[in-house]
Design a protein around this ligand. Structure first.
Ligand code: EPZ
Length: 425
């Protein structure tokens, strides 16, 4: 098993280029199932999750090839197999996004119910009620959801859940509606930039979608989608992670290939605690040269503060000059990183969906365990500033969602390296 070893104390300096957005690339790849003709995708990050989605598409009859510059090309060749099985879905929840396109294009879909994961339950009731609203028959058979529909019919669908909108439910229902008869309106749709990117990809293939990025998305059904050549947006979560890496090390970092407008809630909180964040053309310049102030952070659906950066800002606030309060409104159990950060000398007190972060003067390196993708990134941030050596086990979590993570950090001056350990830990 690979692990990371970090010697803390280096201030990050230099330039880092952000990769394509994982959470846009994955559903867009699923959208290939709707298309007749070749699809070319550019700026797709080379991640474990992308390779898992590619493998799933191959099993569903899609031919794929990866070109030298990272461009991916796809073509649907066989529509017989419509089963996304447990082995693949349990590894990656985003597999559920093949449901809508397969149902719309093939008239049937069989997808394993995703299990839970480190950040909490991952229900798909909103996905299924959306498909049923469009006219699908939905059954649960031995842990799989089986959906059938000769032809889907457009309708009005309210997609709000107990935690607000759902990103992949919005994407799944939108993709199912693209080939439906007539107009579909999705009310309480997720507004994330990744949802808009999927809609823009589908429109490039001939779909008729409007309102993407707003809580109301309208889809006029069309007869078929052709292929297209599409470039995925930059990853705002990776960008936010590197902004915080520059801040936590009191460094000076230039971040290229990112969209500041996708991170306004994050920039608001970071400026409030004393991080200097400036736009320089298309780049973001980050610097910090002092102990940061405490702040209150609550994760919300976009445009609110993203839950995928909650663990990372918690790591940053461990060293603030005072007490901060972090409340998780999307996944109330998304706190596996709390105990690990406390092992590094943080003073975190969890009260239900809220964590009180008592600022400390320093963190001390230690062995810690990664539990999920974003918690792992938070532990790396803490390791960059902790005194001494931090060892982060189960680094495969990071490989799922961050492209060349330790190499990008090394290029910024971090003392971080990947090692292999036969222990299997
Ligand atoms: C997407 O997951 C992202 N994943 C997650 O990123 C991200 O944390 C999440 O959105 C929230 O922003 C991808 O896009 C592949 P949701 P998703 O449906 O779509 C509840 C990462 O680290 N809900 O928006 O699965 C759900 O329990 C990953 O890159 C229902 O109740 O999240 C949660 O509390 C982690 N019923 C809330 O809604 C449903 O049918 C938001 O979940 C669906 C969701």
């Amino acid at each position: 098993m690979d692990y990371l070893v970090i010697s803390g104390g280096k201030r990050l300096r230099g330039k880092v280029e952000i990769s394509g957005a994982k959470n846009a690339a994955l559903p867009i790849m699923a959208g290939v199932l709707l298309c007749e003709g070749e699809v070319t995708l550019r700026n797709v990050p080379d991640l474990m999750d992308v390779r898992t989605m590619e493998h799933l598409l191959n099993k569903l009859g899609v031919a794929s090839r990866r070109e030298a510059d990272g461009t991916l090309k796809f073509r649907v060749e066989d529509e017989m197999n419509c089963h996304a099985d447990y082995e693949l879905v349990r590894r990656m929840r985003a597999s559920v996004c093949v449901m809508g396109p397969m149902l719309a294009k093939r008239g049937r879909a069989q997808v394993s119910m995703p299990g839970g994961c480190a950040i909490g339950d991952r229900p798909i009731n909103l996905h299924l009620s959306g498909m049923a609203n469009l006219g699908a028959d939905v059954d649960l058979v031995s842990g799989d959801v089986v959906l059938k529909a000769k032809r889907l019919t457009g309708t009005e669908i309210f997609l709000g859940g107990p935690f607000g909108s759902s990103v992949t439910a919005t994407v799944n229902v939108m993709m199912a509606a693209v080939l439906a008869e007539g107009r579909t309106i999705i009310e309480s749709a997720a507004c994330e930039p990744e949802v808009a990117d999927v809609a823009n990809f589908l429109n490039a293939c001939g779909a008729r979608i409007s309102g993407q990025g707003s809580p109301r998305i309208t889809i006029e059904g069309v007869k078929q989608l052709k292929g297209c050549d599409y470039t995925v947006i930059p990853d705002r979560i990776e960008a936010g992670t590197f902004i915080m890496a520059g801040a936590i090390t009191n460094g000076e970092v230039r971040i290229t290939n990112c969209r500041l407008e996708h991170l306004l809630a994050v920039v608001d909180r970071l400026r409030r605690i004393g991080v200097n964040i400036e736009r320089d053309g298309e780049d973001i310049l980050v610097s910090s040269s002092r102990r940061l102030d405490p702040v209150e952070v609550t994760s919300q659906p976009y445009p609110g503060f993203p839950t995928d950066l909650q663990a990372q800002i918690m790591a940053l606030l461990c060293l603030a000059d005072g007490n901060s309060i972090i409340t998780e409104k999307i996944y109330p159990d998304r706190f596996m990183h709390v105990a690990e950060l406390n092992r590094l000398g943080a003073k975190l007190h969890k009260e239900g969906p809220t964590v009180i972060v008592e600022g400390v003067k320093k963190l001390i390196g230690a062995p810690v365990m990664a539990s999920d993708l974003r918690a792992s990134a938070a532990l790396v941030l803490a390791g960059l500033v902790a005194k001494g050596e931090t060892r982060i086990n189960r680094v495969y979590h990071i490989d799922r969602g961050y492209e060349k993570f330790e190499r990008k950090l090394q290029n910024l001056g971090a003392d971080i390296e990947r090692r292999s350990d036969a222990s299997g830990e």
